[in-house]
Write a protein that binds this ligand. Structure first.
Ligand SMILES: Nc1ncnc2c1ncn2[C@@H]1O[C@H](COP(=O)(O)OP(=O)(O)OP(=O)(O)O)[C@@H](O)[C@H]1O
Ligand SMILES: [Mg+2]
Length: 580
């Protein structure tokens, strides 16, 4: 056991001496309280440690003890439905023990040690198993079967395995090598969990949010960023995705944001039902909370902790969606630590390795063939919020993130100000995934889905050009077809793209309804285009159909099939007589 002494304390960074043999990224316990820390620099005899808990009260001369291993995540049944801090202490357990939200030096086992899980083997005595092979399962929640996989470094023939109720510390199988298998395994959070093969993502993450599903989709295994200025809707967007996207598992990281936002998640999720399983949403969710009032350095780990847990469920063959709100706060933690280490600063004071850290994080997204047998495919989709100071997207965190993420959902202060939510700018946002998703859309929704998407976007682009003309010469100078186009564009913006995250029905829009809504708008547009030469446009502008279009997003899900075909039929047969 390596034990050193503190020589200097600078905020979350502590320097120690007398720790020969310690390695970078080793985990240590700092001071009499045994605060959790990690070695981030070794320079001769001096070791720099980032401490994941508040360091006030620590004194020079107090001991620093090496744990002789890197920082590890504990993986096993019981992760779902739990709320952790950045170093995987379960927040509720700690609150129970100490009466406060989080006490320093407090420890709580990440996985419950006394709970028994019913283990059902799928492997048998005599089977040869190796890293990644599934040997059995546990029903972790009613919807999620937790696969028990052979951890790295273990290989052999099973000599004992039996169905029964076990805690995560009791062996569920034994190999001829003498090695034992448990339901719990450990993984160093900074190291990506390997897979057999990365494969091209080809299935969309269905979000129930029209602007994403129709305009800027992200596949399961893709990555997207949501940059936006203060109050533009980053958190509401991330939470809507956490609630409604069709991932099997959601990992939600609240990183450096206000505590009350996390409280909203905590109080709301248990009440909400997963639209696919009817189960409380919390049962498919792992929350990692490192709010603004919690130690800065642990923001850094919260990101790695979250993605490690996401990869672990991916390895079972699940589609996992990870939301990180906000990656800017994580980058700021990097900057603060780097400053304390007196490293040479790069752009805007961020460390020169900011770009590579951001890239490494997003590169852990992907769709994979999992290691081991039986054959499994899984994915991790990463959606990172970015909070650029002053909403300036040219700053380093936004720029480095958009270089690597495949979809860019740019929030716009002007849209938010005019209460157009989600305030995603449809002209500047993009998805690079349309090519890989095209087949899926054609097969499941028909080629016209993509054709309609294109038409809507073209109308909005044309609107943008026409608006410039209107500013110069006024609306009256426009041709009748152009006036019609402007009103259709407004309908697309207000009645299709706008979506109220807090409305009982509108919060989640099934794909079929999205399809019908596009069809209704475009059918009406075509009908008006037919009439616009024969009827004055001002008459068309008064049609009651505009009003009906503005209400279609509130059509309840059970009525989609009965309402829309009839509505669209009526729109298509709009005649001159109807106008008079
Ligand atoms: N989709 C939406 N539907 C309805 N209201 C929304 C939507 N998105 C955002 N809002 C409104 O905007 C407000 C601010 O949104 P949010 O808290 O998500 O912003 P933010 O970008 O996370 O802000 P901050 O920079 O402070 O973290 C919300 O409280 C809500 O009133
Ligand atoms: Mg926010």
């Amino acid at each position: 056991m390596i034990v050193g002494r503190i020589t200097r304390i600078s905020g979350p960074v502590v320097t120690a001496r007398g720790m020969e043999g310690i390695k970078i990224r080793d985990m240590v316990r700092v001071g009499e309280l045994g605060l959790v820390g990690e070695v981030i620099e070794v320079k001769g005899d001096l070791v720099s440690i980032q401490v994941y808990e508040e360091t006030d009260g620590l004194r020079v001369g107090e001991p620093v003890q090496s744990e002789g291993r890197p920082f590890l995540a504990e993986l096993g049944p019981g992760l779902l439905g739990t709320i952790y801090d950045g170093i995987q202490r379960p927040l509720e357990v700690i609150r129970d023990q100490t009466g406060v939200f989080l006490a320093r030096g407090a420890s709580g086992d990440p996985l419950n040690r006394s709970k028994r899980w019913h283990f059902v083997p799928t492997a048998q005595i005599g089977d040869h198993v190796a890293y990644g092979d599934v040997v059995g399962w546990v029903q972790e929640t009613p919807a999620i079967t937790h696969k028990i996989m052979v951890p790295e470094g273990i290989r052999g023939r099973i000599v004992a395995i039996a169905e029964g109720d076990y805690t995560v510390d009791e062996p569920i199988a034994e190999l001829d090598t003498g090695q034992k298998l448990y339901m719990k395994q450990l993984w160093p959070i900074r190291r990506p969990r390997p897979s057999a093969q990365k494969i091209a993502p080809a299935l969309p993450l269905i979000t129930g949010q029209r602007i994403f599903d129709v305009f800027f989709p992200v596949p399961k295994g893709g990555s997207a960023i949501v940059p936006g200025p203060f109050g533009s809707g980053k958190t509401v967007t991330q939470q809507a995705l956490a609630k409604w996207s069709d991932a099997d598992i959601v990992v939600y990281i609240g990183c450096g944001e206000r505590g009350n936002e996390m409280t909203e998640v905590l109080t709301e999720f248990p009440r909400l039902e997963d639209p696919r399983t009817g189960q409380p949403l919390m049962r498919r969710t792992v929350l990692i909370a490192n709010t603004s009032n919690m130690p800065v350095a642990a923001r850094e780990t919260s990101i790695y902790m979250g993605i490690t847990i996401a990869e672990y469920y991916r390895d079972m063959g699940y589609d996992v969606a990870l939301m990180a709100d906000s990656t800017s706060r994580w980058a700021e933690a990097l900057r603060e630590i780097s400053g304390r280490l007196e490293e040479m600063p790069g752009e805007e004071g961020y460390p020169p390795y900011l770009a590579s850290r951001i890239a490494e994080f997003y590169e852990r997204a992907g769709r994979v063939i999992c290691l081991g047998s039986p054959h499994r495919e899984g994915s991790v989709t990463v959606i990172g919020a970015v909070s650029p100071p002053g909403g300036d997207f040219s700053e380093p965190v936004t720029q480095n993130s958009l270089r690597i993420a495949g979809a860019f959902w740019g929030l716009d202060a002007r849209l938010a100000y005019s209460r157009h939510f989600p305030a995603i700018n449809w002209l500047t946002s993009y998805s690079l995934y349309l090519d890989v998703l095209q087949d899926w859309y054609i097969r499941h929704l028909g080629a016209d889905f993509l054709a309609m998407r294109r038409e809507l976007l073209e109308i909005l682009q044309k609107e943008d050009e026409l608006k410039k003309i209107v500013q110069l010469v006024g609306r009256e100078s426009l041709s009748e077809p152009d006036k019609l186009l402007l009103d259709i564009a407004r309908t697309i913006r207000d009645d299709f793209l706008r979506q109220n995250a807090f409305h009982e029905i509108d919060a989640f829009c099934p794909l079929k309804k999205q399809y019908y809504m596009m069809q209704a708008i475009l059918t009406f547009y075509k009908a008006c285009q037919r009439l616009v030469g024969t009827v004055p446009y001002d008459e068309l502008a008064k049609l009651p159909e505009w009003e009906q279009l503005s209400k279609m997003r509130y059509v309840p899900n059970e009525q989609i099939g009965s309402f829309f075909p009839k509505f669209i039929q009526e729109l298509s047969t709009l005649s001159k007589e109807a106008v008079r």
